[in-house]
Design a protein around this ligand. Structure first.
Ligand SMILES: [Mg+2]
Length: 269
């Protein structure tokens, strides 16, 4: 697919590697979002991280010059709660492995935690994961509870090296129960469907901007959005050229995308 930026009405953006890299804010970020607002182009931020709350992201975004409403911040926790709300009656008891992000999202959606009666097991990244938690989850899944994972990332990078991500906990539970989880985060389409619904546009009028081929770019293509890779995160230009997953467009960073988008709008005027 070739993207005509002049006809795009909304953008879904990944955050880490696109807006910032660890503590460092990437160049031209505030100016790019000012440009989107100036041209009436909608935006949402989407992350597979289920540990933090929407409010925590909104505060960080505001601190670097990106104003958002809560609806514009879509974590895998929020998308999971959205899915649960659409598919289960209110009050369905859940067993949750995870941090404050997923716990708050499910509680606000009206799903109480009850490890003894859970009809649904939801697993997000948990930095305090224990054998007892895996045991409770496995027993509930074996008793017939549905099994949902916020995101399937097997690993993630820390300064000391590559460490287990939520997908590794899901794999442990799948091994213990023989049940495959339903996964919500990128590259699954559920995240993109939530974003498009909130932006009020169809996939053909939207782009995804991300730095990871196997989540952001693959997911955008599955969901039918234009897939824009930026090289400001984990993927090098060489890796992008050689990968089986090919983005529809590649830019150095959002400042580079901003310049191309501004030119495209000039031409369509
Ligand atoms: Mg990223």
């Amino acid at each position: 697919m070739t993207i005509n930026l002049g006809s795009i009405r909304a953008a879904v953006l990944d955050m880490d590697g696109v807006l910032w890299r660890g503590p460092e804010v990437l160049p031209g970020v505030a100016e790019f979002f000012a440009f989107l607002r100036e041209h009436g182009i909608g935006y949402a931020l989407a992350t597979n991280n289920s540990t933090k709350t929407v409010q925590a992201y909104q505060e960080r975004l505001a601190s670097i010059g990106i104003p958002t409403t809560p609806e514009q911040v879509i974590t895998s926790a929020v998308a999971t709660a959205d899915h649960v709300r659409r598919h289960y009656p209110p009050g369905t008891p859940v067993y949750v492995i995870g941090d404050v992000g997923i716990r708050q999202a499910l509680a606000e959606a009206g799903f109480p935690e009850d490890s003894a009666a859970a009809r649904l097991v939801v697993v997000g990244m948990d930095f305090s994961l224990t054998y007892d938690k895996l045991k409770t989850a496995a027993l509930r899944i074996r008793a017939g509870a549905d099994f949902i994972g916020t995101n399937g990332d097997l690993t993630f990078p820390l300064p000391e090296g590559i460490v287990p991500g939520n997908g590794s906990a899901l794999a442990a539970l799948q091994a213990a129960t023989g049940v495959k989880p339903l996964v919500i985060g990128k590259p699954e389409v559920a995240m993109f469907e939530v974003a498009l619904a909130r932006l009020g546009v169809g996939p053909e009028a939207a782009v995804m901007v991300g730095d990871r081929l196997e989540t952001d770019i693959l997911g955008a293509q599955r969901a039918g959005l234009g897939a824009i890779l930026v090289l400001s995160g984990v993927v090098s230009a060489e890796h992008a050229r050689e990968s089986e997953i090919q983005a529809d467009a590649v830019f150095e960073d959002v400042a580079d995308l901003h310049r191309a988008w501004a030119r495209a709008l000039e031409l369509t005027r």
